[in-house]
Design a protein around this ligand. Structure first.
Ligand code: 5GP
Length: 193
């Protein structure tokens, strides 16, 4: 069992609406040593894939994505959930529905950050229904860049995100896979893929 799996089982708390709270080590308070281990694991999986940039979605993906970008020695792109009129004129945008917030937002990226030469690794904290990651894939494709894969900290296999990304031709690697969860009980999938 890896360290993140142990943390999820010991410190994660399951909310009624199919949401896992990981505020003590990922979302609100961040454990840097854990992030470093997570990044090294992603780097070992993706290091020979010709990745030119790591990309994540603000805000919870930033800590593990930054550490992974450092390991792979490439820049990190942070997709915005709101357009910044001050910083950028030319934006790619796509609408994403948010599972945890029960709303939707415009995922936004400046047009000049990626080119067709780029091969991009997506990193995010959770894979649930795959809406956020699919939005990231759409923005990468709008730039004519290619997707190397998606590195996920915690996948909830019962919400179908992996299939959604597979339909888009995106390979997913998850460090923790939750097969089932209810209050006081989290069941991990046997296979880590
Ligand atoms: P999806 O788009 O795959 O349905 O959801 C992914 C996004 O929603 C992630 O970026 C994450 O921020 C948030 N999310 C989804 N499920 C959970 C969860 O169980 N716990 C937390 N804390 N965030 C989640």
């Amino acid at each position: 069992m890896n360290e993140l799996e142990k943390m999820v089982l010991n410190e994660g708390s399951v909310l009624d609406n199919g949401v896992l709270k990981v505020d003590h080590f990922i979302n609100h308070q961040v454990d840097p040593t854990l992030m470093e281990e997570i990044a090294k694991d992603f780097a070992s999986v993706f290091q020979n894939k010709g990745i030119t940039k790591v990309l994540t979605i603000e805000s919870s993906g930033i800590a593990p994505a930054l550490m992974t970008a450092k390991e792979l020695n490439v820049p990190l792109i942070i997709l915005k959930k709101q357009p910044s009129k001050v910083l950028y004129q030319d934006l790619f945008q796509t609408v994403v529905s948010s599972f945890t917030k029960e709303t939707s937002y415009e995922l936004t990226m400046a047009k000049n950050l990626l080119t067709e030469e780029d091969h991009v690794l997506i990193i995010d904290d959770f894979l649930a229904y795959g809406e956020a990651a699919a939005g990231a894939v759409r923005l990468i494709h709008m730039s004519h860049a290619t997707v190397a894969g998606a590195g996920i900290l915690i996948e909830k296999t019962f919400q179908g995100g992996r299939d959604k990304l597979k339909e888009l031709g995106v390979m997913v690697y998850s460090q923790v896979r939750i097969e089932k969860m209810e209050k006081g009980n989290i069941v991990l999938a046997k296979e880590r893929i």
